[in-house]
Design a binder for this molecule. Sequence first.
Ligand SMILES: [Zn+2]
Length: 148
Amino acid sequence: MSDKRKSLTITDAEWEVMRVAWATQETTSKEVTDILNKKTEWKSTTVKTLLSRLVEKGMLGTTRNGNKFTYFPLVEERKSIEALSEELLTKVCSKKVGSVLASIIDETILSFDDIDQLERLLKEKRKSAVKEVPCNCIQGQCQCHLVK
Ligand SMILES: [Zn+2]
């Protein structure tokens, strides 16, 4: 795993904070606490800890104005979402990735535009499709090795 990918790996709690930073583009610990109180019961000290961890990880930048700190995202939302889906798909045998994608699509509400995009993508993917996806697992972590 490259260092770059590692730095984009954040916890679920940190992700909640990043979503506020991406949405607001510039925020304070008070604002993050107020917004997230609609779905969490995190105290301001918890939010402050999460913010400083995200600064340490290079996900957020911070500026100080008197005794007031503002935070802004240093990593694009799109990049983080890419890293998130990449991370998810490395957790399963590459032979199963197709069915994971299918179940994600199955459980998702899609617009006509989304479906057009997916159809175009799949048509393109067919050109480079393989007969059988090779297993990328170590022996003992999936059943692919057992059938051989
Ligand atoms: Zn496997």
